[in-house]
Design a protein around this ligand. Structure first.
Ligand code: PGA
Length: 248
């Protein structure tokens, strides 16, 4: 069975509501059959939900809390995100891990909370430069997978994003070979710990300095099913070009 292709935009903490509206005056749904997912900052979820109109275009939160509701000042309930029409929750982005102390244990709770709320978790994994240079890429990624997916309901869909930390926001993209190698190993690992059917159908996106000029080559690799795009997703034209590189 063919896996779906996904182009996801991680807007991080950028854009005001006015800037988000201006973005959608320029952005057009792609010719490619790839699914598009916008991850705006939480405060822009409503604005984005009003700008996108069905089709194969969805949106989600960049982060959720692992409880449904409660006395958690400043946090965002997965149920609320879902009730706004979101389909996805990004979980365990490297900035959440490094800057906000998110552990594999927390990502596991969030994966569970997302699925319980009816959101599809998009779990981010990836090694630092020091870990890669020490030859530990696979160990790190497998641990993030094993622990982060320990609460997974494997009957429900989920998506993975492999984002080597050294490639995020640095302009240093993994080569198509480097990325494909890790993606293939992640897929093999999913087959081993979950099932071949799940491994065959779960999209694994690549993230880390994806730009219009490197997306084509990366998208041709058999185990790269799409992209999680930061910087280049802030510009409608660039994100559209990246999306169109995905032959769904
Ligand atoms: P980048 O960010 O495309 O700016 O490297 C990717 C990400 O953080 O998801």
């Amino acid at each position: 069975m063919a896996r779906k292709k996904i182009a996801a935009a991680n807007w991080k903490m950028y854009k005001t509501p006015q800037e988000a509206e201006a973005y959608f005056e320029e952005w057009e749904a792609p010719e490619s059959k790839a699914e598009v997912v916008f991850f705006p900052s939480t405060i822009l979820l409503d604005t984005v939900s009003m700008e996108i109109s069905g089709g194969n275009v969805h949106f989600g939160a960049q982060n959720i809390h692992f409880e449904k509701e409660g006395a958690f000042t400043g946090e965002t309930s997965p149920e609320t995100v879902k009730s706004m029409g979101a389909q996805y929750a990004l979980i365990g982005h490297s900035e959440r891990r490094t800057l906000f102390g998110e552990t594999n244990e927390i990502t596991a709770k969030k994966v569970q909370a997302a699925q319980a709320a009816g959101l599809t978790p998009m779990l981010c994994i990836g090694e630092t430069l020091a870990e890669r240079e020490a030859g530990k890429t696979l160990d790190v990624v497998k641990k993030q997978l094993n622990e982060g997916l320990s609460t997974l309901d494997a009957k429900k869909p989920f998506v993975l994003a492999y984002e080597p930390v050294w490639a995020i926001g640095t302009g240093k993209v993994a080569t198509p070979l480097e990325a494909e190698e890790v993606h293939a190993q992640i897929r093999a690992h999913l087959a081993e710990v979950l099932s071949k059917a799940i491994s065959d159908t779960t999209p694994i996106l690549y993230g880390g300095s994806v730009k219009p000029n490197n997306a084509d080559e990366l998208s041709q690799r058999p185990n790269i099913d799409g992209f999680l795009v930061g910087g280049a997703s802030l510009k409608p034209e660039e994100f559209m070009q990246i999306t169109d590189s995905l032959q769904a």
